[in-house]
Design a protein around this ligand. Structure first.
Ligand SMILES: C[S@@+](CC[C@H](N)C(=O)[O-])C[C@H]1O[C@@H](n2cnc3c(N)ncnc32)[C@H](O)[C@@H]1O
Length: 622
């Protein structure tokens, strides 16, 4: 169809020869169909992961431990009987085994497993366990696709921003501003992971991606392409203060792009995305005190409450909440709200009497919002307010707690340094330069996900998301469960220092300095137990259960012959909801059943297993 604002269409329409005109128009349409609109970028080579603890065997793919090249080879054979020198394919030649490390390229089949490294039970036995996985997130996501496909309510990620100096590693190389493919590598890196991540979301699920200025515009296009522009919910701006490193304009903003998996499905769910107005909590606390001091007398309490509001500072958000306040006979603090029906209906047109005049109160043109029966109950229970001026229609006393829900704003101010100070306080020293703010995260998790949500973060870093989920549960009694994945990367400077000293990933001098071992793991354990790694007291701890794992790569042969059940057990337990006991060993009977899941090890045990499942489903003892 031609478009009157399009130059090409205009020119075609001027062609006098009708046949030529229609042929040209057809060709233009065809061209349009093949035109690519959107984000175009080079897909980069698949990435790979180094398995530093895997033995060098015939047939495995290897690269150099010192990372002096990105090349990989297959081990063809060994040059000696003690297997200290490997013969590699292609131009690899012969290399000492101690210089090599096993690599797995993305796309090659892998068999993931989880090895438990720390288990902290500080919450109720029936509470869900939070899990933290140290490993390559691409493979961890593949494992989660098996255990959590379509089950996740919220994904929050804070990927490397690709600033050119943020220590982002693509295929073992720190990416800096000299890399001409910097952005397309970053997009390839993210696209691969987002593709799997999207399959984890349930239809009402939401993804929030934190991002800086550098890739914000490209990321939004990528997300539009992957999730659909119709599922875009918001582009949140977090103003974190001034940044003085720019020559022209200080952009201290950080962004969060928010998409729904399926906005239509989300819209049908219960209303979320509402939050308390600032100050409501303080007002409710004050109201409790006032109510008791007024000895539960409504009028005295209302007068005292108005006095309390008058005493608040002029610029406080509390001031705006104090215009009309009332108490219900049970001490609930209320503001007032309209009593008019949104649509006129005959059964809502009736008279109610003003108590002071004894005459019918001014009636709303559409009628009242309830039927006579409900209105009589609301009048009897003291929910209706009559003003002394009879020309003012009566109004409803609405609890302040329900009345103040407001849609979340997409712009907010919060000092960026707050999160760093918090982490410093957890450890008693400085360990991680740019954690996200757990209180900001708590706000967005509260808004975007239900109280029993499964929340996934696969760029977990210092573990902020796990802390936010645990604190939120402690605050509102929720049963949210967090699944966090992070690798054990080192900051670029520290990595360089260690490399200069001759150390590499996998070495005992290297691993304890990584973000998982040095920051995430001790942070989470400190926050839950309340005791720092050095034994000093940080807090009273949190009532939560958390287990930390290492992602492992299982041997397919051993797996097939049933000798690798141990590292698969946590995945099954996670699939069953990560609650209660876990079936960690193969039982002699060939089957096992817990309160939340069961495992059948041998088909011969099918009958007793099925009977036990049926009994459990009927609520009978096994
Ligand atoms: C920007 S930081 C996230 C910080 C985090 N939001 C916090 O508050 O601590 C990104 C983190 O992702 C981790 N990371 C980067 N690439 C990864 C990968 N391929 N697999 C797992 N983790 C990765 C890095 O170690 C880094 O700590």
């Amino acid at each position: 169809m031609d478009d009157e604002t399009n130059i090409l269409d205009q020119l075609v329409s001027r062609v006098a020869d009708e046949t030529l005109r229609s042929r040209l128009a057809r060709e233009v349409e065809l061209l349009r169909g093949s035109r690519r609109f959107g984000l175009v970028f080079d897909r980069h080579l698949p990435e790979s992961v180094k398995l530093t603890d895997h033995p060098i065997r015939k047939g495995v793919r290897v690269s150099l431990r010192d990372e002096s090249t990105v090349e990989t080879w297959r081990v063809v054979s060994f040059a000696d009987t003690t297997r200290t020198v490997a013969v590699l394919d292609g131009d690899g030649g012969e290399r000492s085994v101690s210089d090599l490390v096993v690599v797995r390229e993305f796309g090659e089949p892998i068999y993931p497993g989880l090895q438990s490294i720390e288990r902290i039970q500080n919450g109720p036995a029936d509470a869900p366990w939070h899990t933290v996985v140290n490993g390559e997130n691409f493979h961890a996501l593949q494992a989660l696709r098996w255990t959590h496909r379509g089950k996740v309510d919220l994904i929050y990620i804070d990927p490397p921003y690709n600033t050119g100096n943020d220590g982002w590693i693509y295929n073992d190389r720190y990416i800096d501003n000299n890399d001409r493919a910097k952005s397309s590598k970053w997009l390839s890196f993210l696209e691969r992971r987002l593709e799997i991540a999207s399959s984890l979301l349930e239809p009402t699920g939401v993804i929030i991606v934190a991002i800086g200025d550098e890739e914000h515009h490209r990321l939004r296009m990528l997300l539009d392409q992957m999730f659909g522009p119709e599922n875009f919910l918001s582009d949140v701006v977090w103003q974190g203060g001034r940044k003085n490193d720019s020559r022209y304009v200080s952009n201290g903003a950080d962004y969060m792009l928010i998409y729904a998996k399926d906005e239509l499905a989300l819209a049908e769910r219960e209303i979320r995305w509402r939050e308390e107005k600032p100050g409501v909590h303080d007002v409710l606390v004050a109201a409790k005190v006032v109510w008791d001091e007024a000895e539960h007398d409504e009028q005295a309490a209302e007068a005292a409450m108005r006095k309390w509001f008058r005493a608040q500072p002029k610029d406080s958000p509390i001031k705006a909440l104090g215009r009309y306040v009332y108490f219900l006979p049970d001490g609930t603090l209320c503001r007032d709200s309209d009593l008019m029906s949104p649509n006129p209906r005959p059964n809502l047109q009736y008279d109610i009497l003003h108590p002071a005049t004894g005459k019918p109160a001014v009636r709303h043109p559409n009628g009242w919002r309830w039927t006579r029966e409900t209105m009589d109950r609301m009048l009897a229970e003291g929910h209706i307010i009559f003003r002394s001026d009879p020309s003012v229609p009566p109004r409803l006393k609405k609890p302040l707690e329900d009345a103040q829900g407001q849609v979340a704003r997409s712009v907010f101010d919060r000092e960026r340094t707050h999160a760093g100070r918090h982490l410093q306080n957890v450890f008693g020293d400085t360990r991680f330069p740019y954690p996200k703010d757990h209180e900001v995260l708590m706000r967005w998790i509260r808004l975007a996900a239900p109280k029993d949500a499964i929340v996934v973060d696969f760029f977990g870093g210092s573990g902020t998301t796990t802390e936010a989920v645990m604190r939120l549960n402690a605050e509102d009694g929720g049963t949210r469960q967090s699944i966090l994945v992070t690798n054990n990367e080192l900051g670029a400077r520290e990595a360089k220092r260690l490399r200069n000293e001759g150390f590499h990933p996998g070495d005992p001098e290297w691993e304890p300095k990584g973000v998982f071992e040095y920051v995430c793991r001790p942070r989470i354990s400190t926050v839950v137990t309340g005791t720092r790694p050095d034994g000093s007291k940080y807090s009273d701890g949190l009532a939560a259960n958390v287990e930390m794992f290492r992602l492992t790569y299982l041997d397919p042969g051993r797996l097939r012959s049933g000798r690798e059940y141990g590292p698969v057990a946590p995945l099954m337990w996670m699939e069953g909801g990560a609650r209660g006991e876990r079936v960690d060993e193969v039982p002699d009977d060939g089957w096992a059943l817990t309160e939340s899941y069961g495992v059948l090890f041998s088909i011969d045990a099918l009958t007793p297993f099925a009977n036990a499942v049926a009994k459990a489903a009927a609520g009978e003892a096994p």
